[in-house]
Write a protein that binds this ligand. Structure first.
Ligand code: NAI
Length: 413
């Protein structure tokens, strides 16, 4: 049996959409002459995005979007390829992560592809002379869109940014199915416990939370949802989950998973009510959803009973287990590899077409956050259907006329 020392080999097989983009553009190299700065979770599937952009002619400078989610073998492999430079390594500290992002920006990239908007924020805040020359950018995740919106409202964005997260091809699949499956799989692997029969509390019923709750129920869990938005709360209720405040949920939950995009969703008053052995995990982008300082202050002692688990013993002797330091559980746990490759394939295809569209077409867009043109989203969807060998129907002329005929003059009734 032979093994491969190419850490991207397996991921390439499961990223057919990205591969199709690389194949299509490798001869004409439409991105030649451009330098793209990319910040993302650096594992094998992200490596396929780096490779596809490079095949299309771009020089790619890549860094992490989260210091703990990096796979060193992938970084080393890519860094050895011509036209690709790494500004990241496995095990980097938060300070090293910041410094590496600044170093990348000092190379004056023409385009920024981001996940969490850290690279774009740093560019605008700390490298204004670089921001002035950047031609455009793309942002991949919900938390990053929130930051980009705030920057846009404040009028500090210096270039057009496409909101990749807000396309159907991203959030209907990546957030719902990718986060849903990979968060639960990683909770289970990290703790070596079952999901079935447990009470799983999901904080936030947005795209990610909906996927986590739906899949937890599919695995046999009792599901509880907490929300702050009344319509999302009602949706969760109508989808068959129990909806209650975190105060109530804290008393009955076995596993808690946050995916809200905001801070302090689980805090001291909740830790005080949790049962012995409660497991806490976060699937939101930043490690602020569980109040980690509050947990440390409340605890009498802290131990590490198993890799990836920090155990807080409370003054009354209960154990509260925190997974993956409260960072993204599906990306930073001991066995975490992020979303399944087929899911990230379409997300990264949207990142690819973002760079391609903004760099090769003159849209005349000024600075600001923009929705991605629907044609790009459809194109990625069609490519994905092709890879699945799925045919769909085409709208007929009669159906088109019917849609335009608001008087319904040609209708039978
Ligand atoms: P979303 O905006 O669709 O959903 C967030 C939900 O949380 C909303 O319904 C909101 O009302 C609710 N919420 C806000 N504050 C709350 C609180 N205090 N308590 C309970 N609910 C609250 O966002 P989406 O797409 O679901 O993303 C959520 C987070 O997950 C973001 O940080 C995003 O960046 C991150 N994300 C993580 C991924 C991963 O691989 N783990 C993948 C994609 C997104």
């Amino acid at each position: 049996m032979s093994t491969t020392d190419d850490p991207l080999a397996w991921a390439r097989e499961y990223t057919p959409v990205l591969q199709s983009l690389g194949d299509e553009h490798e001869d004409d190299e439409p991105l030649a002459g451009y330098t793209i700065g990319l910040a993302t979770h650096m594992e094998a599937v992200s490596g396929c995005l780096v490779e596809a952009l490079n095949r299309a002619g771009a020089e790619v400078l890549f860094t992490a979007s989260e210091p703990q989610s990096t796979h060193g073998d992938v970084v080393e492999y890519l860094d050895d390829q011509p036209g690709i430079t790494a500004y990241v390594w496995e095990g980097m500290t938060d300070e090293e992560f910041d410094a590496a992002q600044h170093e990348l920006l000092e190379r004056e990239p023409d385009f920024l592809l981001d996940d969490g908007c850290e690279l774009i924020s740093k560019c605008v805040a700390d490298h204004p002379e670089v921001a002035e020359t950047v031609l455009g950018g793309g942002e991949q995740t919900t938390a990053g869109i929130t930051r980009a919106e705030a920057m846009d409202e404040e009028g500090v964005l210096e270039f057009p940014v496409y909101g990749v997260n807000d396309t159907p091809m991203k959030h209907y699949f990546d957030n719902v199915h990718g986060t849903g499956e990979s968060a639960l799989v990683n909770v289970s692997i990290t703790t070596n416990t079952v999901i079935t029969g447990e009470t799983v509390v999901v904080a936030g019923y947005g795209y990610c939370g909906r996927g986590i709750a739906r899949k937890a129920r599919g695995m046999g869990a009792q599901t509880v949802v907490t929300e702050v938005e009344p319509r999302k709360a009602l949706e969760a209720h109508m989808d068959g989950h129990r909806v209650m405040s975190m105060d109530e949920a804290a008393e009955i939950g076995d596993i808690f998973i946050t995916s809200t995009g905001t801070r302090d969703v689980i805090r001291r008053e909740h830790f005080e009510k949790m049962g012995d052995g409660a497991q806490l995990a976060n699937a939101g982008h930043f490690d602020v959803e569980i109040d980690l300082d509050g947990l440390a202050e409340y605890a009498e002692s802290v131990t590490e009973p198993r890799e990836g688990i920090t155990r807080y013993t409370t003054p009354d002797g209960r154990h509260v287990n925190l997974l993956a330091d409260g960072r993204l559980v599906n990306l930073t746990g001991p066995a975490s590899e992020g979303h399944p490759a087929e899911i990230i394939d379409t997300t990264h295809a949207m990142m690819f077409v973002t760079a391609y569209d903004l760099l090769t077409r003159d849209h005349g867009l000024g600075p600001g956050l923009y929705a991605i043109p629907d044609r790009l989203d459809r194109d990625v969807a069609e490519r994905k259907l092709d890879t699945l060998d799925i045919d769909i129907d085409a709208v007929t002329d009669a159906q088109e006329q019917y849609a335009d005929d608001w008087r319904h003059e040609d209708s039978a009734f």
